[in-house]
Write a protein that binds this ligand. Structure first.
Ligand code: ZN
Length: 65
């Protein structure tokens, strides 16, 4: 284990080889690493939070009736 332990590397989502975190394109398989292609956990959580807020707001609104 040498350069793969570096914190600034991550596995390429396409070929699983270690690439630099800031890479725009994988130097091994030449795939572009756009954020849209990457699994976006943030937007998933945002959706859950939005749904929870909606439920809370609905419950609050129903209590007022
Ligand atoms: Zn790759």
């Amino acid at each position: 284990m040498s350069w793969q332990d570096d914190d600034e590397t991550m596995p390429c989502p396409y070929c699983r080889r270690a690439i630099h975190e800031d890479s725009v394109r994988c130097p091994h398989c030449e795939n572009y690493l756009s954020e849209e292609d990457a699994p976006s956990r943030r937007s998933w959580w945002f959706l859950i939070c939005a749904l929870l807020c909606l439920l809370v707001a609905l419950g609050w609104a129903l209590q007022k009736l």
